[in-house]
Write a protein that binds this ligand. Sequence first.
Ligand code: SF4
Ligand code: SF4
Length: 768
Amino acid sequence: MFFRTAADKRPFHLGTYPLEALPRDEAPDDSRASGPRPTPAPISTPNGPLAQSALTKTARHYRGLFAEFAQGEVAPVRAPVPDDLGARVIDIKGYGYFMDASQVGVCRMPEAAWLSRTESENSDTASAGPGELERAGPAAQGFAIVLLVAHGRVPEPDNLARGWIAPAVEEIADMRAAEIAVCVAGHIRQMGFAARAHFNGECEADLERLAVLAGLAVRDGETLRNPFIEGGFALAAITTEYELSVDAPLARKTARAKGLRYWRGINGAMSGRERNRRAKRATHLGPFPMETVRRVDRPTTLILDAEVPRVPRRAGFFDRALRGDLGEKSTRERNRFAFKQPHAAAMMAPMRAMVPIQGGAHDADADTAAYADPGANARAIKSLGYHMGVDFVGICEVPRYAWYSHGPDGEPIEPYHTYAVVMLIDQGYDTMEGASGDDWISGAQSMRAYLRGGEIAGIMADTVRQLGFPARSQTNVDSDVLHIPLLLWAGLGEMSRIGELVLNPFIGPRMKSVVLTTDMPLEVDKPIDFGLQYFCNNCQKCARECPCDAISLGDKVMFNGYEIWKPDVERCARYRLTNTKGSACGRCMKTCPLNKVVTMDGPLVERAASWLGLRAFWLKPLMVPIAVKLDDVLGHGKRVPEKKWWLDLEVIDGVCVTPKGINTRDLDLTRNTDPAKQKIATYPASMMPVPNDNRPQPVDRKTALAATALLETPDEAKARHARGEAPPAHYTPTPPAAGGPKGPVAAPTPYQGLAGSGPPESGKAAQS
Ligand code: SF4
Ligand code: SF4
C-alpha cells in the first residue's frame, strides 16, 4: 500500500474492470444470448440522413475509413504461436486493452451468431478495400473476440461542446471500437490466421449475442446490461480461425456488481473511487489535476525566441535515415521500422489512411457567431479532446519557430494558423512496466499513441472546419509544426534530461503528443513549473540506463536558441532503427523515476511525493535525492513479469518469426556516469542537410562531435544576448538549393525522434 499496490501485480490482460471476479454461467445457453436482431447502420455517408452534428458526421466518416481494413490479406505462413490457448488469449486480450478497449471477452462463434447475408448487405460495405479476401466460412472462423467500448462523458450544459458531443456519443464509441477491432484483426492476419472485424455498419455477426456469450453483458429483455458500465457502450468483434481459450457467459445475477470491493479495487483493478473521481471533474479539465500546477509566464528553460532558427523536416534523424544519410543499413531498417512487429504493423494501414484528410477547406459560409468567446471555445475544445480519449490538453499560440521551414517534399512552409491545441496520450504505465523499454513491444507503444492521436486530432480538426474555422491536425505521420516548443508553451510539461522530450508532472515522460492548429479564437494556457529542472539536475537515471549512452550526463547547453540537456540524437536514432533485439526503444521513459501512477489507485508514498513535489518546492533539496535513491532501492525500472502480455514476434518479409534475441535488461546500478568521459555529437542548424534535397546527404559525425564544444552555456548566451550581440554562426540553417526541390519524395510514414519524440536535431523535436 505504501510502496506497492495490488494494481502493480494485476495481469494486464485482465483489463481495468474486475470481470474475472464475477460469477459465471457454467452451462451456457446460447438461446439466452439471443435478442432482437440488430439493424446494421450505414456508414461512409458523411452527408447522409443520419448526420446529426458535425462531429457525428466526422466520426462516421472515420469509421468508414477503418472499415476498409475489416478484412484483408492473411500472411502466407503462420507465426510460431504457443499451443497453449490461454497464452494466446493473453496476447489477444492484452492487445485489445492496450488499444483501450474497456472490456474484452472471447467465445466460440455459434452458427446462429452469423447475420444473414440479407442483413449484412444492408450495411454500406462500399468500404471493403482492395486485397479483400473471401471471409473464411462460418465453420472456419470458429472464435469471436468481443470488444466493448464505454461511452464517453457528455459535457456540462453550459459547455459549447455539449451540442457537438451529445448527438455523437454513440458514433464516437462505435468509431473507437472499429479502430480497435481492425487492429486486432490485422494482428491476427499478420500472424497467418484468417480474421475479420465486425462493428456497427460493417458487420456479419450478431454483436449483442456475442457480448453475452463472451461474458461481457447480461441480457435483460431487449437490452444488454454490463455489470460495471451504466452509461452505454459500443460493441465490436473479430471472428477468426485462430483458436483461443474462451470465457464463460456471466451468471444472470451479475447484472449489477458494484459492491464495496469494487469501490476499493478488486484484485488491483481500477477502483470505483478512482472512476468516481474522474467522473466528478469538469469535462474540460480532464482526468489529471493540471490546474493545481504552478503557472509561469515563460517555460522554465531559456528560449531566445528571436534567435531560434526554423528548421526543415528533412533534418530529423528518422527522415535522414529514410533518405540515406545514415547509410544503407539504417535506410533498410527505417523502411521496415513500423512493420517490424505484428502489433505495430496492424496499426499502419489505418494510420496512413487518415493522412490525406488531416487538412482541408473549412466551411467559410458557416455562422460562427456562437464562437466569439475564446474562453468558452477553449473549454469546449478541451472537453472534446478529453471525450475523444486524450489524457492532457493545453493551448498556446504557435511561435514562428515552431513551424518547420520546409516540408517533407522540400517545399517551404509559410505559417498559416494562430493557435495550437496540444494533446498528450499516455503510452500506458502497465505495458511500460512489463517491458524493458527496448524489447519487441516498444515500437507498438509509440504506434498506438500515433494512431490514436491521428484519429483524435483529425476528427477534431474536421469538426472545427465544419464549424467555420480553418484547422489541421499535425500528427506524427505528417506535421508542419515541431511539437516540443508547443508542449512547453501550452503548459503540459518541462524540458527533461532525456533531452528532446518534455516531461509531464503526472505521467512523467510516458507520452506522445498530437497537435491541432487552427484560427478558431482560443484562450491560451501558460507554461508550468513543477521543479523538474531541479529534479533532473540531481538525477541521471535515464542517462545511466540508456543502452547507447545517448543522454547527456552533464549540464544543460544552448542549442539552436534553446536551453537543453543535449542528447546524441544520431546515436539514439541509429540504436532504435537497428535494434536487433527489439522493435524500437523508450527505455529512458521506462526507467525515469517520474514514470509513475499518482491517481487514487497509486501507492501512498508516490501520491504523497507527487502532492508535495507540486506544492512544497522548499522541500526539494531534501526530497529529490531521497526519491532518486529510493527509486533504485525499490527496483523501479525493472521489468514486472505479470505485466507482460505480448508474444515476442518479429516480422521478416511479411511473415512472423521468433526473433533472434530479446532485450531483457533491468537496472544497471554499476554503470559509469562520469560526464567527462561522454562524447555527444550535435548537428546544429548550420550542419543540417539541404532542406529541399532528398538525395542522400551523409552525416559528418566527426565534425558533429567537435561542434558540441561550440555550444554556449545558458549564462553565456544570456550575457551575449544582453550585450546585443548576434547569435553564433552555427544558428544559421543550411540554405535550400537553388531551383527547387531535388530528389524523390518519400511516402508519409511515422517518424520517431529521441525516445519516439519526433524528428530530433530540428532545433526542438516534435514529441509525437
Ligand atoms: Fe530527469 Fe531522472 Fe527522469 Fe532523467 S530519469 S528525465 S534525469 S527525472
Ligand atoms: Fe537512449 Fe534513445 Fe533509448 Fe532513450 S530512446 S533510452 S535516448 S536509445
